[in-house]
Design a protein around this ligand. Sequence first.
Ligand code: SAH
Length: 220
Amino acid sequence: MNSAQKLGIGMTSQRTRERLAARLGDAGIANVHVLNVIRQLPRHRFVDEALASRAYEDTALPIGYGQTISQPFVVARMTELLLAGGFPKRVLEIGTGSGYQAAVLAALAERVHTIERIRELHDRSRRLFRELGFENIRQRFGDGFQGWASAGPFDAIVLTAAPSEVPAVLLDQLADGGRLLAPIGDAESQALRLYIREGKEIQTQVVESVFFVPMLEGVE
Ligand code: SAH
């Protein structure tokens, strides 16, 4: 990567980011804090250099190992839904992947904990967070089905890979009033579901239909 690319000049300039944020606003993202983060965060650094010129299109892109960086609209929408409960202090993300969703959240929350089951993706995002100067992201290489009990309870939990049903372990790690967002389903059909803890009760609702890679057990 040359210095112009590092500074975000050219295909990856501030102007292309502004355009993406404007497009997301038109598409219905209303939270200005979320749009501001999208405007500032260099998404091109979270994808392979060969795909950098496409980083500000509103599409998911491959990040290797059969995984994808989520579509910006989906990242913005999920972040906005988590923020509807106020700025979260502690956040847990399952599926670090490229690290982009974790970085968006880290700009808006006190601390983000993120778990990834593919070693290379875990390592790559760790290097990137360091290069970009994120100091409030804690990472674990492991199986997200276990959650991260010692760091909880969390005000917000987000799954960026789809299980067939919501893991009870993760609902247990949700703070009172906390929000958990998860795509639930299989390769044919998935619904983004929001779960809100009210004491011992969990309220749930379907937000919209989505498509995420499957949440898999164990590590690679
Ligand atoms: N949030 C990511 C999305 C990456 S795709 C981003 O912004 O780029 C989903 C990721 O979830 C993949 O990297 C996949 O390896 C990971 N994943 C799937 N099942 C998992 C599990 N049980 N625990 C942790 N990570 C998991």
